[in-house]
Design a protein around this ligand. Structure first.
Ligand code: ATP
Length: 155
């Protein structure tokens, strides 16, 4: 926990696989199920559901990013904990892997009338890939544009 009155809030990010992050921060912005929300040191205790999205946290005045695939965000006494199925720090994201996952998801969604395609699953996969690209600082708009041009006429 960051010491009370230190002007910091500790952020811990934990998945079933590993501890992704444990650092003191100046502020945190999370993708709440009802929209993005910001938390500063001294915030009242709370628990919210997260959707797939980018978490931003401030250190030394500048923001760092993480991707999370939903989960929970709990704040208590200048400590915030994210429990998520998967989470990655921006700098550890494999951009090519996320681009490939995005392409696969796009192709599945384009073929969604095929009874074997689980559209909800493909949509979630697409969201995770776009979020990873955003957290890594790779502009998904450009990836989308490129994907559009490379997409075959019929799938
Ligand atoms: P893929 O199809 O590339 O596996 P996915 O969305 O199905 O993507 P997940 O099931 O969400 O992958 O994650 C599986 C594991 O791989 C998790 O530990 C997650 O943190 C990690 N992971 C997934 N994509 C990336 C990536 N682009 N860079 C780094 N780690 C990743």
């Amino acid at each position: 926990m960051a010491p009370a009155g230190s002007g910091k809030i500790r952020l811990e990010v934990i998945t079933p696989e590993r501890v992704v992050l444990g650092e003191d921060t100046e502020s945190i912005i999370v993708p709440g199920a009802r929209g993005y929300m910001g938390v500063l040191p001294g915030h009242a205790p709370m628990v919210v559901n997260l959707k797939i999205g980018v978490v931003k946290f401030k250190q030394g005045g500048s923001y760092r990013r993480l991707s999370v695939s939903g989960g929970f965000f709990e704040v208590a006494e200048d400590k915030a904990v994210i429990l998520a199925e998967t989470a990655e720090r921006g700098e550890e994201i494999d951009v090519n892997r996320a681009k490939a996952a995005l392409e696969r998801a796009r192709k599945r969604l384009a073929a969604r009338r095929d009874a074997t395609v689980d559209a909800a699953r493909a949509e979630a996969s697409l969201q995770r890939a776009v979020t990873r690209l955003r957290a890594a600082g790779a502009a998904p708009e450009k990836v989308f544009g490129q994907a559009e041009r490379e997409r075959p006429e019929q799938e």
